[in-house]
Design a protein around this ligand. Sequence first.
Ligand code: HMG
Ligand code: MG
Length: 311
Amino acid sequence: MREPQIEPAEGLPERVRIYEVGPRDGLQNEQGIVPVADKAEFVRMLAQAGLGTIEVTSFVSPRWVPQLADAADLLANLGELGLGKDRPVLVPNEKGLDRALDLGVTSVAIFASATQTFAEKNLNSSVDGQFDMFAPVVRRAKDAGMWVRAYVSMAFGDPWEGHVPIADVVEVSRRLMDLGADELSLGDTIGVGTTGHVTRLLDGVEAAGIGLDDVAVHFHDTYGQALANTLAALRRGVSIVDASAGGLGGCPYAKSATGNLATEDLVWALHGLGIETGVDLDQLVATSAWMAGRLGRPSPSAVVRALTGAS
Ligand code: HMG
Ligand code: MG
């Protein structure tokens, strides 16, 4: 069977905007360096498969993430396809913003931590210090007419600190939106959240005055909860979902972070509910199968494996 039977359910959005993170969150965690031509082909194939929003790469320190040190080459290779509101890049600081501005990028994502330990490990900063780093980035990005997304990592748990209070996540979220971000993405970096937790956190975020139209969910699938958590978020009013083609990914600075929710698994579930995504599932599966071949290992996505006959 190539498509699920469509049986809609109450209380869900008609359309979901999928925010594809495979080229960034997926490839930042590869052991080896993926050739820039393969990265560009991956982005092209994703766009052709109907993914409107694709986070293309990161303008972070190449010492910290050598896997994405080729960000400028990738954008040159992609030309216009690498630019525009729907092609965000990760930017932690003014140096990253300068690099992005020089290349004509119009959409950036900053990435904060809800916990002290991860702020140190991922940004060499602190929970308070990260806002000093981000404030001029957001101000200058908005002055330049850019669209700005803000991530909150460790929003559901932290491998060093354990449980993370919802109030801490809400506070970091509020501070990010107060800087002027256009969209918030709540990251379960290590995939430990469960459905009730998702609902409670969204309750808290909304009570802090952040409209759920501007909120995305970003689930890694370490504990197999990502799809269930996504459906809980959709029922609570979210309609932007981050996913990674083929389930690639993880964070090099978070032990036990595995791949994101696979875009194919998400699309299968959404299409079965009659929710529009704009994605051609067969083309997307072909893209992930191609990338799995380039990486030399099978895709962890259940839907990719089912539809390609891989065991
Ligand atoms: P630092 O070492 O304190 O920075 O790192 P620094 O200002 O001292 O600079 C160190 C060197 O990096 C210098 O070079 C700078 O010029 C250079 P040197 O003089 O030694 O040759 N540098 C840069 N080069 C290019 N672009 C830049 C840049 N910044 C500095 N933007 C820093 C601080 C924030 C830079 C570092 O910690 C960093 O780059 N961190 C990024 C880590 C990262 O990318 N993690 C993965 C993404 S987050 C994630 O995956 C989670 C997410 O998916 C959501 C979720 O799942 O929860 C988003
Ligand atoms: Mg992530």
